[in-house]
Design a protein around this ligand. Structure first.
Ligand SMILES: [Zn+2]
Ligand SMILES: [Zn+2]
Length: 392
């Protein structure tokens, strides 16, 4: 039967184009209304797929996301992996049950295309940064989730190309700050919890979701096949309330965009989980010991101080991974320790103190990006993989 399926696809695509699709790797971020639709097509077309979604299947998802009612309470990424395998057992697929903010950049490093169907704009800013750093095409789709209007958009970004807009280009500093302020958790808890609050469920009915995702998937295939480049840097707008209409508009590059438009260039993969191993490798690659390590997009706590007794605690750890025990002081009930410094850059004596530590002990995610710096030079490393938080 598999031969028959393959023959039919080959008839539709042509052998060479089908091979190109089968060799590609696609990352789908958000496995809800839109993502679920995309995944069906990716399974049928046998595209190597990574699914990223931290959510679980909720009863209210059953009505519009194509998820089985008997799997309520299970991680959505895991359920989508099994749905894809039911459709096509030969399709290579992996699921990650974490928010995109907590995924190491290296997980996406071999991707040819990123597809998103996300609820919030703050998560899209993270995807924008990853796509930009890697220089990977990104096609984002959004639907009006209020349930009042049938409105959808699809935007195609191509990072690393001169004059192309990025997702950040449509925002000035004030609007970026507003997104971060409105969509992040309350400021008092934010140094330890970078995750986004749960967004209300999308109320769009599944047929319109299927329409938007179908169009997104059409662009996705064009991206994988290197066709229809005229849609790059454009947004397709679909309105189905009243008389249906579509239009395509050019997205504009902002001259003073706050997002870096350069890609990182080559990324070196590391084998060992120790800080020392990276420092030795970086010294060899740079020809001199690195003066600083950079953790783009991460927030590390360096030292914790009690606001009541003033005692400090020596610690370097990803802020989100600081435990309740570490964040509370025994001097008085409710006394809280807060970071002396929150930084994405470790240097000097602090850097020396980290020798002998492991990246996992510092709370840095597997396959995360760490850049070693010496003067003007930077070399970018991807930490090794671990197999936690992954749906198999
Ligand atoms: Zn930009
Ligand atoms: Zn204290």
């Amino acid at each position: 039967m598999l031969d028959l399926i393959h023959a039919r696809l080959e008839g539709a695509f042509g052998r060479e184009r089908l091979q190109r699709v089968n060799r590609a790797q696609v990352v789908v971020i958000g496995a809800g209304l839109l993502g679920g639709q995309l995944l069906q097509h990716l399974a049928m077309l046998q595209v190597r797929t990574l699914i990223v979604d931290p959510g679980t299947v909720e009863p209210e998802n059953i009505g519009n996301q194509g998820l089985p009612a008997d799997r309520v309470g299970e991680p959505k990424a895991r359920v989508r992996v099994s749905q894809m395998r039911e459709l096509n057992p030969s399709c290579p697929v992996r699921g990650f049950e974490v928010p995109i903010e907590e995924l190491g950049l290296g997980v996406l490093a071999d991707a040819d295309l990123i597809l998103t169907g996300l609820d919030g704009r703050a998560s899209r800013l993270t995807v924008a940064r990853y796509a930009q750093q890697l220089g990977v095409d990104w096609i984002d789709a959004a639907v009006d989730g209020s349930g009042e209007r049938l409105l959808g958009t699809i935007s195609w970004f191509r990072p690393g190309v001169e004059e192309q807009p990025c997702y950040g280009c449509r925002h000035d500093a004030e609007s970026l700050a507003r997104i971060t302020r409105e969509e992040r958790r309350a400021p008092c808890a934010s140094w330890r919890d970078p995750r986004l609050p749960d967004t209300p469920p999308t109320l769009t009915a599944s047929p319109f979701g299927a329409l938007v995702a179908g169009w997104q998937m059409t662009w996705a295939l064009q991206a994988l096949l290197g066709e229809e480049d005229q849609n790059v840097g454009h947004q397709l707008q679909i309105a189905a309330s009243g008389r249906p209409r579509t239009r395509t508009v050019a997205l504009h590059r902002r001259a003073d965009c706050l997002f870096p438009h350069q890609t990182l260039g080559p990324l070196q993969r590391l084998d060992g989980d120790g800080v020392e191993e990276l420092l030795v490798r970086a010294k060899r690659d740079l020809g001199t010991a690195p003066s600083a390590l950079l953790f783009p997009g991460r927030s590390l706590a360096v030292g914790l101080g009690c606001s009541v007794c003033g005692a400090t605690m020596d610690l370097v750890k990803l802020a989100a991974e600081v435990s309740d025990a570490e964040a509370s002081c025994s001097c008085s009930p409710g006394a809280e320790r807060t970071p002396v410094v929150l930084t994405d850059r470790i240097e000097g004596a602090t850097l020396d103190r980290l020798r002998g530590r492991s990246w996992s002990a510092l709370g840095i995610p597997a396959e995360d990006l760490v850049s070693a710096e010496s003067g003007e030079r930077r070399i970018h490393y991807l930490l090794p993989s671990r197999s936690e938080g992954e749906a198999r």
